[in-house]
Design a binder for this molecule. Structure first.
Ligand code: NAD
Length: 302
């Protein structure tokens, strides 16, 4: 029987703040396959997440098919906008939520992983942020645009750069992208579309560079719409989910675990010859050139 066996492997999954997003679903799939998980949680919500965890809020979602619970080796605070402590502005450093966290810049997170675990086999980047996401691209400020690209795309390069040296050959890296990288999606603003385009291009360049230098693989999943906390902040996610349901080749809800399973496959040795790829996991919506539910089409077929 062909199966994904990740026993003895460790994965760092950056970008889990609750049990509803893609990071959680990938972590859970990896845990189902036997991997050990280390979670990275955005510093301002770190204590809230840990408290919710300790109070058992995620117990139902943590349960694996064999009845055991997903138990991470550790949960680290992190902020994808900063590589070193020197870069953290005083206002952020002095913020009470940040003050309660240590070693949250990306170089420090990588150093903690190397110190605490020696090596990691898999690295997952499942995070994005754009302070002006509700602004059209035309109305996005330079600062807003650069902040989106910094925390949503450069952070991937930075994490790979800092972690690759202690990832054994054959290891794999994964990020999450969105179709707005290559097609115009009105409303996905603030430079997020630009950040995703950068992320997809960087996936190819990093695949080349860390493939040659470290023999690691780098891929990204272009996921369909999911009503996660981050997506809700954009404001029109329910309409996007309904649009996909009406117009995708597979007319069914997209489950987070379908992305989790695809992520687990890409990170596993079963995908040992796959690198530099953007894999669509979206019920096939990316393949459509028109929206079949358009009223225009109904009129012309009469
Ligand atoms: P999510 O809310 O579960 O995950 C986003 C995470 O990013 C959150 O935990 C948030 O705390 C974290 N984050 C934000 N800013 C950060 C920072 N500066 N440093 C560290 N962490 C930070 O939502 P999600 O939708 O599952 O998002 C995960 C990934 O999936 C993102 O890259 C997103 O763009 C991508 N994606 C989502 C959808 C969707 O419809 N939900 C579709 C395609 C791709």
């Amino acid at each position: 029987m062909l199966e994904i066996d990740l026993k003895g492997k460790k994965a760092f999954v950056a970008g889990i703040g609750d049990d509803r997003g893609y990071g959680w679903s990938i972590a859970k799939a990896l845990a189902e396959a036997g991997a050990e998980i280390i979670i990275g949680t955005w510093a301002p919500i770190y204590n809230i997440f840990k408290t919710s965890w300790e109070l058992g809020k995620f117990d139902q979602s943590r349960r694996l098919t064999d009845g055991s619970m997903m138990n991470p080796l550790d949960i680290y605070p992190m902020d994808a906008s900063f590589d070193t402590p020197q870069e953290v502005p005083e206002k952020v450093r002095e913020n009470k939520r940040y003050k309660a966290c240590k070693n949250y810049t990306l170089s420090e997170v990588a150093a903690s992983l190397a110190r605490d675990f020696g090596s990691i086999d898999m690295l997952v980047h499942s995070l994005a942020n754009a302070p002006e996401v509700k602004h059209s691209l035309l109305n996005t400020s330079r600062d807003g645009y650069l902040a989106a690209v910094s925390s949503s795309a450069y952070s991937f390069i930075s994490l790979v750069k800092h972690c690759a040296p202690f990832m054994p050959k054959g290891g794999a890296v994964l990020s999450l992208t969105y179709i707005a990288a290559e097609r115009a999606i009105p409303g996905y603003g603030g430079g997020m579309s630009s950040a995703k385009a950068a992320l997809e291009s960087d996936t190819r360049m990093l695949a080349w560079e860390v493939g040659r230098q470290y023999q690691l693989r780098v891929n990204t999943i272009s996921a369909g719409a999911l009503g996660s906390r981050a997506a809700r902040a954009i404001g029109f996610i329910d309409a996007m989910i309904e649009y996909a349901h009406q117009n995708a080749p597979l007319q069914k809800a997209l489950r987070a675990d379908e992305v989790g399973h695809a992520g687990c496959f890409l990170l596993s040795p079963l995908a040992s010859a796959i690198t530099g790829v953007t894999l669509y996991v979206d019920n096939g919506l990316h393949a459509m050139g028109i929206a079949p539910n358009s009223p225009m089409l109904k009129r012309s077929s009469k």
